[in-house]
Unconditional design. Structure first.
Length: 343
């Protein structure tokens, strides 16, 4: 399910660098992390956090407001010691949240050459860490010279991976960061010394949700929505636990259909189409890998006979944000839902 999903350098004038670095050194903070590092470019227009991302040097100076060294316990019980505010961060699958906090990672999650397209305005120059054949080797991770590694789910830490990665840099593991973006964003803010930025981003997002719910009130009241995902393996119903499904159910208040009322996902076949008790159906073709199954569904007589199809309540949406996790992706889902249902 990790797809999710996050430009790599702003030129900082030499004089500006020297002034900020001298200030940091005089404060006695970040002595070990004062080397130059590239930073995030201007924020995407749809990002909930509206302020422009600072340069790497500025980010380091802001992060220094937190007191280091610090120790944290990750969600698997590992102790994580950070001697200084981390600057070079390897956090595959969490790029969206990093960008919200004004941090550009040293590498981005990729499946071959496929990366989260909705983040590429700010991530186009970031190296791809290919997960097509599994997690990157320790040698690959070491080549990025990270000073903090963050794994967004416990699966990534299995089979000795955590022990190998932890020898490269302090490594923090989430049980599953995608299930609660708000909590994981706050934790990332703590790790990076950017708790204030995390709270601001969350406040902005909640404001966006409230505005969208007002616009969608007539369309969403008492209505159910479901996402059908297509990929090379088949077609699936997505529940309300992750990504676009979470936004629809928890943020925008659409009801869940019975087939995934208590499930994260479920296989879909033509035979069970009559059981889809959704008022709105959103179709998501994962990186265009599910074309054959999408065609099979939409050309079937059962599908064409469904009331949702006849009433025009079926919408094919972009996979870029609907299958990724983070406030930028969620904001994009909200924008598209409002555009489709409350134009």
């Amino acid at each position: 399910m990790f797809i999710n999903r996050f430009s790599w350098s702003l030129n900082v004038r030499r004089a500006g660098k020297l002034i900020v670095l001298c200030t940091v050194l005089c404060a006695g903070l970040l002595a070990a992390c004062s080397s130059d590092n590239d930073s995030a470019g201007p924020p995407a227009a749809t990002a909930p956090a509206s302020s422009e991302a600072p340069s790497a040097v500025e980010s380091s100076a802001q992060a220094s407001a937190a007191v280091y060294p610090q120790s944290f316990q990750d969600e698997l019980g590992h102790e994580v010691k950070l001697p200084a505010a981390p600057v070079r961060i390897f956090a595959p699958g969490l790029e969206d949240s990093l960008l919200v906090l004004g941090v550009t990672p040293v590498a981005q999650w990729a499946n071959g050459n496929v990366v989260p397209a909705y983040l590429q305005e700010r991530m186009a120059s970031v190296p791809k860490a290919d997960f097509a054949a599994g997690l990157p080797t320790p040698e690959t991770v070491m080549s990025y010279a990270p000073d903090l590694i963050v794994l967004n789910n416990s699966y990534y830490a299995e089979n000795g991976v955590y022990e190998k990665y932890a020898k490269i840099a302090p490594t923090y593991v989430f049980s599953n960061a995608a299930t609660d973006i708000e909590t994981s964003l706050r934790k990332l803010g703590e790790l990076f010394g950017k708790s204030a930025e995390a709270e601001t981003a969350l406040e902005d997002y909640r404001s966006k949700v409230d505005q969208a719910k007002t616009k969608l009130a007539a369309a969403a009241d008492g209505k159910k929505a479901v996402i059908i995902r297509f990929n090379a393996r088949g077609m699936f119903l997505l529940g309300g636990d992750y990504y676009g499904g979470y936004v629809l159910a928890h943020d925008l208040g659409f009801g869940k259909i019975k087939l995934v009322e208590h499930e994260s996902s479920a296989d879909l076949s033509l035979e069970i189409l009559p059981e889809l008790d959704a008022d709105y159906i959103f179709l998501v073709n994962d990186s265009q890998t599910g074309n054959a199954f999408l065609k099979e569904l939409t050309e079937s007589a059962l599908w064409k006979g469904m009331k949702q199809v006849k009433n025009g309540n079926v919408y094919e949406v972009q996979d870029e944000s609907w299958l990724y996790g983070g406030l930028i992706a969620s904001g994009n889902v909200i924008d598209e839902t409002v555009r489709l249902l409350a134009p």
